[in-house]
Design a protein around this ligand. Structure first.
Ligand code: F6R
Length: 615
């Protein structure tokens, strides 16, 4: 939520910052702005709307050159998406410029104080107060990093701040509390950004900042302290992907690219976690086996798509480990006084590793003594850093706002985790684990096959562009898949979409069925749990009898569904628990195509941002 870039070095700061903002635009696109230190002052430009509006503004009214600058792309919280509310914000003298991600909770009181002291604030944002406070502190201490430390100590809430001051023109200063900020270390140049994609074209050396830290960048130096000016612990790391991973690579959208990357993402997430004998080797987990053996409850916390991965994980965890597993929306979790103790294992699933609701849930869990294990896609992000252990997914950077490849890799990680718990606790025999692991190792190819057969799904989606509603039904692990299909359609196509447990239909939702209503049904395998399969075939008949247009996702060879499917989408036969890995893919393609047919921009759906760093 909000993307931030800072640069100091030998290149044109404007070029570096604007290019960085392009990479971060997925974080918010309500407005964009830049500030460059030039000719003893600050030159700034900002514009409501997408980054392209700012770029036009910079063509119409070019800024002078400079080699120190900051930039911002906004997801609006305080104040609407207007030019005035766009960042950077400056003090009245125009000597300080600041960009911000997060929410400063005590800004109203600070603003009042500033007004009493004669400041004029021009926007409705919380950020502008920081620019004025920094100006005041700088005038007494004469050092931007020290001014930042003094200001940060007065701020409540979550924030990443990056600032420049015209009187210290070789320096960019950043600060972070509960919001992401990473340093990129170059040669004769240094970078600050909300994530590494903003500077990956220049350097792959990064420093992960900790909580409540202030960083001062010059061309040749990076100095990090805590908010009191004391020494700070930081972790340097090498980014293991390059700039091409964050490019569209010939695809029309990042979402299409990321859907196509799923076979590789799944394979990469399995890589190195299975030894030659087929045993799971999750040595990276820092939680001792004794703790895992003693756990008497698992609680999964996550949001949105990651929550759906958690719902599927529950089936696997309970089936393979026989430990009760609850799955909870992170935003609800800590507000209902959940029962947790030292024997509770909490799994926090998050692609970004920065989702504030999930972060708050895991902090709450740790305060109660629970052990927290993160399943995360972003190296060095806050959620894994604050967890007791982490299992990284290896999806590579996910840029499109709607999560696709991260979801599949979250499922893989959760399956591995469930099997590992089964291995450690002795609830699964080695050969049982090996059999599932072999199935998992094959599944990337199955996903590939699904992707190769998606043209009819795209054609069907285009015919539904004028519909108002699509319903999704599923049973067992197909239920969370239905929820995920509905979420994708809502967020991308802006259509009314609902996912239901098919068995619940007759308890109410069947009243929604009317002539021609498209209903997508995710059908479990007819092998194994055939009772479930038979029941859902009955459900399909029930809705079809009432006029629904049925879009049936069923495995190859399932002939029982054929008479009742207006449209049949085939997926490879997979073991029931693993079916979401193949069944979700057509739903992603369906939503992406339908949204495109409705003229929507799939990478940047309205009102959304990729990384939700506010509660
Ligand atoms: C939907 C989507 C969101 C995220 C949710 C959690 O396509 O992307 O629902 O899944 O905001 O984000 P992370 O996984 O970063 O915690």
């Amino acid at each position: 939520m909000c993307g931030i870039v800072g640069y100091v070095g030998g290149q044109s700061a404007l070029d570096v910052v604007v290019t960085g903002l392009k990479r971060l635009e997925y974080r918010g696109y309500d407005s964009a702005g830049v500030a460059v230190l030039s000719d003893g002052g600050i030159a700034a430009a900002k514009k409501a709307g997408k980054l392209v509006n700012l770029e036009k503004e910079l063509v119409d009214r070019p800024l002078p050159g400079g080699s120190v600058g900051i930039g911002h792309t906004r997801w609006a919280t305080h104040g609407g998406p207007t030019d005035a509310n766009a960042h950077p914000h400056l003090d009245n003298a125009g000597r300080v410029a600041v960009v911000h991600n997060g929410i400063i909770e005590n800004f109203a009181a600070l603003r009042e104080e500033l007004v009493e002291r004669g400041h004029t604030l021009l926007s409705e944002t919380d950020t502008e107060t920081v620019a004025h406070l920094l100006a005041e502190e700088f005038s007494s201490v004469g050092d931007l990093a020290e001014a930042m430390r003094l200001v940060c100590r007065r701020l409540d809430g979550a924030f990443t701040l990056v600032a420049v001051h015209a009187d210290q023109p070789d320096v960019v200063v950043g600060a972070r509390r509960n919001s992401p900020l990473v340093v990129g270390v170059g040669e004769g140049e240094n970078f600050l950004a909300s994530d590494v994609s903003a500077f990956i074209a220049h350097t792959r050396s990064a420093i992960e900042l900790g909580q409540d830290q202030v960083v001062e960048l010059t061309r040749d130096g990076v100095t990090v302290t805590d908010f009191d000016g004391g020494p700070a612990d930081v972790r340097a790391y090498h980014v293991d992907w390059d700039a091409s991973a964050a490019e569209k690579g010939g695809y029309a959208s990042f979402m299409l690219k990321e859907i196509a990357e799923q076979p590789k993402a799944v394979a990469d997430t399995l890589l190195g976690r299975i030894d030659a004998a087929g045993r799971l080797t999750l040595d990276e987990l820092r939680i001792p086996a004794t703790v895992l053996r003693e756990a008497d409850k698992v609680v999964v916390v996550a949001c949105g798509t990651a929550f759906h991965a958690g719902l599927i994980a529950k089936y696997a965890i309970e089936h393979w480990t026989r430990i009760p597993c609850e799955v909870e929306l992170a935003s609800e979790f800590r507000y209902r006084d959940p029962i947790l103790n030292r024997r509770t294992l909490v799994i926090a699933i998050s692609q970004s590793g920065e989702t504030m609701d999930t972060l708050m849930a895991l902090r709450h869990a740790r305060e109660q003594g629970a052990k927290v294990l993160a399943v995360c896609n972003t190296n060095g992000s806050t959620i894994p850093r604050e967890s007791d252990a982490v299992l990284y997914t290896h999806a590579g950077p996910e840029v499109a706002v709607a999560s696709t490849k991260a979801f599949l890799t979250q499922l893989v990680a959760c399956y591995l985790l469930a099997l590992y718990l089964g291995q450690v606790r002795g609830t699964q025999w080695g050969d049982e684990i090996n059999a599932v692991v072999r199935d998992l190792a094959r599944i990337g190819d199955d996903v590939e096959r699904v992707l190769e057969t998606m043209e009819p799904v795209r054609a069907l989606a285009r015919t539904l562009a004028d519909k108002d509603t699509v319903l999704f039904l599923g049973r067992h692990v197909g239920h969370p898949v239905a929820l995920e299909g509905a979420l994708k359609l809502k967020e991308l196509a802006y259509m009314h979409a609902e996912g239901f447990a098919a068995g619940e239909l007759k308890h109410g939702p069947i009243a929604l069925i009317e002539e021609g209503l498209p209903v997508v049904v995710v059908v479990p395998s007819p092998r194994g749990r055939s009772v479930l399969h038979d029941k859902i075939v009955s459900n399909i008949q029930e809705i079809r009898a009432r006029g629904a247009r049925t879009i049936v996702i069923a495995e190859e060879g399932d002939e029982a569904v054929v008479p009742y499917a207006d449209h049949l989408v085939r997926i490879p036969a997979t073991p029931t628990l693993l079916q979401p890995l193949v069944a979700t893919v057509p739903l992603q393609v369906f939503a992406c195509e339908l949204a495109t047919a409705r003229g929507n921009e799939v990478d940047q759906p309205r009102n959304l941002a990729k990384s939700v760093t506010v509660e």
